[in-house]
Design a binder for this molecule. Sequence first.
Ligand SMILES: [Zn+2]
Length: 393
Amino acid sequence: MLFKNVIGQTRIKLQLTKGVADNRVSHAQLFLGPEGSGNLAMALAYSQYINCENKQTVAIEDGTVHGDSCGTCPSCLKAQKFIHPDIHFTFPFVKTDKKEVCADWMVEWRQFMLNTPYGGYNEWITQIIEGENKQGNITARECQEIMRRLSLKNYESTYKIIILWLPEYLGNEGNRLLKILEEPPENTVFMLIAHDQERIINTIMSRVQIVKFPRIADQDMIPAIVERFKVGLPQAKKIAALSDGNFNEATQLIDIHEDANTTMIREWMEACYRHNVKALFAWNDRFVKMGREQQKNFFQYCLHFFREVLLLEAGAGSLSKLSDAELKTAEGLGKVLGVDRITFILELFDKCIYFVERNVNAKIMMTFVSVTLLKQFQSNSINTRPFYEKWSR
Ligand SMILES: [Zn+2]
C-alpha cells in the first residue's frame, strides 16, 4: 500500500517518513488508534516504504512534503501483494486441527488486508474465519514462531518487519515477546497495531514507542468516500457524520439505503404515535428479519436522526444535516415529543446498539423497545424506567 492510499492522517505520514529519512526508525512501535482510523493501513504503507528501493517525495496540498514508496520496485511489488519475505504478519486467529499458526491463515489474511484494510476484529473473525462464536487469540505457539522468524537471516531487504495486529489478543503470552521487543536483532522493526490500550499488558506498553492515531477528520473522510464509493457529496457528508471518523463504519453504511431508513423510522414512529399495536408488531417482525449488521446500522441512523430532532427542537435547525424528506418527519416528532423524551429515546437507541452487538434476541429486545417508545407518545410523564433492566436479567 502507498501512503497516498491511506486516508488522511497526514501528520503521522510526515512523522514516519521523516524518521526514515533521518535514519531514526524505532525498533518497536505501537500504532494506537480507534477502529477504522487506518492504523493497519498505515503500517502496510510504512513497511513497504521502509524497504522501497526507490523512495519518492510527494507534495501535499499545504505545500509540505512527505515520502512515499515508488510502487514499482521489486520490493514494493512483493509488499503490495503481501508476499514480501521480510515482512511478517501475526494476528489473532482461531486454532483448528489443521491451522495452528498465522502462517496457516495467510491466504485469508491477504484477502482481508486487500479488501478490508480498515476492518476490525469482528470482520476478520466472523467474515473470514467464520468462527462466529469462537474467540480468536494469539497463541504461545505463534509467539515462538515470531522468535523463529527473527532468528533467520533477512532474505533480501535491509529491514525485517513484524506487523503484529491486535496485541490485545496476546494476553499474558505477550510476556514471551518482552525480551525481543527490548533488544531485537539488528534492523528489525516491530509494528504493533492496536485499538484498545487498556487490553494490552503493561510490560508491552512500556517497551514500545507509541504513535497515536486520531479518528479520521471529516475533511479527509468525505473526499475518500466520494472517490472510493462513487457517491454524491451530500451522501458522503452524511456517511462521514454517521461514521464519526471510522472508515470501517463508513464502508458498512454505504450499503444502507438512506431513504429506506427514513421510511422505516417514519413507519415505526407513526405506529407508536397512532397507538397502532398491530402495525407496530408487523414492523418489529420486519426488523427482526434484517441481519445483525443492518440492525446495528439502523440504530446508528436512528441516533443520528434523533440528534438532529433534538437540534431542531433546541432551535438550532440551521445546523441540521437532514434532507428535505427527513426534515418533515423530524419536525413533527420534535413537536410531539419535546426535548426530555427525545433525550430519553437517544439513550434507549444507544443501549440497543450495545445489545445488538452482543447478539441478544432481537425479537424480545424489539418488543420492549417498541412498547417503551409507544409509552413516550402516550403519557404525559416520561417513562424513564430503563427497559433493559426489565428483560436483561
Ligand atoms: Zn519501491
